[in-house]
Design a protein around this ligand. Structure first.
Ligand SMILES: N[C@@H](CCC(=O)N[C@@H](CS)C(=O)NCC(=O)O)C(=O)O
Length: 252
């Protein structure tokens, strides 16, 4: 089996897939796209992924897109540690959490990410170039236009951080219900993998807001201690490693 993963080091969606590859000890060829330079919008890439986003998996010529779909696919076809419960009810719960995660933290975390990390590059562009770049994005056109070159206003940043806070509270309730230490109990599942990059991102931005939720603090320590974590977050995967202006915010 040959796997080629089109992805980007700092992309939260890519980090989910790299984590599963690394946990399963599956070799894969990594093709790194530069998202700020628009590699994801080039015609050849759009033939693979018409959404114009990473990641995209090429498995012996079969093209699979969308990070949560890819991690489920890998868990079905590849040997190694399993991330999906055998029991259909628990499997359904895992998938429901993955949907919640895509709708809540994965979407919300884009607001501080773009405002704090990417906005300075967009502000260097002329307004026509910015409008053309936004218009060329199949999935994120409206998102880019609503951010504009002045960034999301405070009320949108606050709303995004409130959605993230509700995510930690929901995770806390799930861990309490399952007995932990993972969201669905003793076994780490794809739901944990799906939410991991949002928490790592917000921690890297110096804005963790779960100090009063010890179950989340333990969950965060556990996922960072997982054997697949270090190889997933190789140097350059954190925004603060790529954008030095963020370092002053980074936690110790
Ligand atoms: N639902 C998709 C979302 C993918 C996505 O948003 N990828 C981001 C990086 S995490 C991207 O490629 N952004 C490029 C852009 O906004 O132009 C997935 O999970 O694969």
């Amino acid at each position: 089996m040959a796997f080629k993963l089109y992805n980007a080091p700092q992309s939260t969606c890519s980090q989910r897939v790299r984590f599963v590859f690394n946990a399963k000890k599956l070799p894969f060829e990594e093709v790194k796209l530069n998202l700020l330079e628009g590699d994801q919008l080039k015609p050849d890439y759009l033939k693979l992924n018409p959404n114009g986003v990473v990641p995209t998996l090429d498995h012996d010529g079969a093209i699979i897109i969308d990070s949560n779909v890819i991690t489920e696919y890998l868990d079905e076809v590849a040997p190694g540690s399993r991330f999906t419960p055998e029991d259909p009810v628990r499997r359904a719960r895992m998938r429901a959490l993955m949907h919640f995660i895509d709708e809540m933290p994965a979407a919300a975390v884009r607001v501080p990410t773009f405002n704090l990390a990417f906005l300075p590059s967009f502000q260097k562009m002329g307004s026509e170039a910015f409008a053309a770049m936004a218009a060329s994005k199949p999935l994120r056109r409206e998102f880019m236009l609503s951010m504009g070159q002045t960034g999301f206003p405070k009320h949108e940043m606050d709303a995004a951080l409130a959605r993230l806070r509700r995510t930690y509270e929901r995770m806390d309730a799930e861990i309490e219900k399952s007995g932990g230490p993972w969201l669905l109990g003793k076994q780490i599942t794809l739901a944990d993998v799906a939410v991991m990059p949002s928490l790592v991102r917000i921690h890297d931005l110096g804005m963790p807001d779960w100090q009063d939720l010890p179950r989340i603090a333990t969950w965060f320590d556990n996922i960072r201690a997982h054997p697949a974590f270090k190889s997933t977050y190789y140097h350059g995967s954190l925004l603060s490693e790529r954008f030095p202006h963020l370092r002053k915010n980074a936690p110790a």
